[in-house]
Design a protein around this ligand. Structure first.
Ligand code: FA5
Length: 342
């Protein structure tokens, strides 16, 4: 077949395919088939140089014209199809913003953490700083510096987990007192929340529990400052009616030492069968006292110039009391049915 007719035929076939292409991808295939590097029309153009001179003009002219027509048809059809495809995509991806969302379950703070936050917030409000220390502690900070030298019978008061020779899981937060006093000069007002460990397990004792230590060292600090501070803290945590009582006690690092009791928030002492206080009217919250002069000397503070009070409370016990939870072990089992109630 003579080249001009063949060119005409190819053009018609290409234009027909452009007209029926259903997508931009189809159009691209048409472009490659009719205008691509190895397309027949391209081959014809390449061979023009070898044609007799009188044919070159005609074949060249009609081949170029055919290419331009097919390109123009491809261009306008591509625009049409791209617009339709864009419309279709927008319709498919449309989001109905009026549909109800998927509700996210909100977590809640652990009851112990709530009490810790309340206690810490109270003391921060009074101008206390917050100090922390390591949970794996040396014998020196946990015992010796607190006036409990090796062989002292008070070491037996707390069932200790030993990690290594001279290294323990801290049995209380009192070592943080020592660490802070060694690094800061008085006056000093701090609270120290943290996890503590003892070989204990029953409804009111767990092997891991929280304590919040408090320490105030300044000129002229007395036991009445301690009592007033603990009373205000108890009212902050347990409500305006809470009363406190200090009972004589013993800790090697305080002299005198006291035990802090809070009035039973359930019966106020009126119910001899009260499940929470068992009729006592009071609930034990922690230990406290005036910092022993031997401890002040140990950290290089002058006990003639400075006095201080310290306390160590059990926020898990406080949470048991506050939320009426009968068994402390429930706190640490991670049962969501229990935790969701708070
Ligand atoms: C002490 O740990 C002293 N360091 C407190 C202290 C600090 C006294 C500063 C004086 C000056 P005690 O062993 O009593 O004291 O513990 C304090 C509180 O921690 C207890 O009243 C109790 O609320 C809590 N506690 C103790 N052992 C456990 C346990 N196994 N589980 C849960 N809470 C506990």
């Amino acid at each position: 077949m003579a080249a001009p007719e063949r060119i005409e035929e190819l053009k018609s076939a290409a234009l027909a395919e452009v007209a029926t292409a259903g997508s931009t991808a189809d159009l691209e295939a048409v472009r490659v088939r009719y205008l691509g590097r190895s397309a027949e029309l391209t081959e014809i153009k390449k061979s023009i140089g070898s044609l007799p001179p009188e044919e070159r003009r005609e074949v060249g002219g009609s081949a170029n014209l055919a290419s331009r027509e097919v390109e123009a048809a491809l261009g306008s059809r591509t625009e049409e199809l791209a617009a339709a495809e864009r419309e279709e995509r927008l319709r498919r991806e449309a989001v109905d913003v009026t549909l109800p969302g998927v509700p996210h379950k909100r977590g809640s703070l652990h009851p112990s953490q709530r009490v810790i936050d309340e206690v810490v917030d109270f003391f921060v409000g009074l101008g206390y700083g917050v100090a922390e220390g390591p949970e794996v502690e040396t014998d020196y900070y946990n015992f010796t510096a607190l006036n409990i030298p090796p062989g002292h019978p008070a070491r037996g008061m707390q069932d200790t987990f030993f990690v290594d020779e001279g290294v323990v899981l801290r049995t209380h937060t009192s070592p943080v007192q020592i660490r802070t006093m060694l690094s800061q000069e008085p006056p000093l007002y701090i609270v120290c929340p943290g996890r503590t460990y003892r070989r204990d397990s029953d409804p009111t004792h767990t092997p891991m529990f929280n304590q919040v230590e408090g320490l105030a060292v300044d000129r002229g600090i007395t036991l009445s400052h301690l009592k007033g501070t603990l009373a205000a803290m108890s009212r902050h945590v347990f409500g305006g009616d809470a009363d406190i009582r200090l009972r004589p006690s013993y800790f090697p690092f305080t002299e005198p030492s006291v035990e802090l009791d809070v009035s039973c928030f359930v019966c106020g002492g009126d119910d001899p069968n009260c499940k929470v206080c068992k009729g006592a009217g009071w609930l034990e919250m922690g230990g406290a006292g005036m910092v022993d002069p031997a401890v002040l000397s140990e950290v290089g503070y002058d006990p003639e110039e400075y006095t201080g009070f310290a306390f160590g409370m059990g926020p898990d016990r406080m949470a048991m009391v506050k939320y009426g939870i009968p068994d402390l072990r429930l706190f640490f089992e991670g049962d969501l049915r229990f935790l969701r109630q708070f």
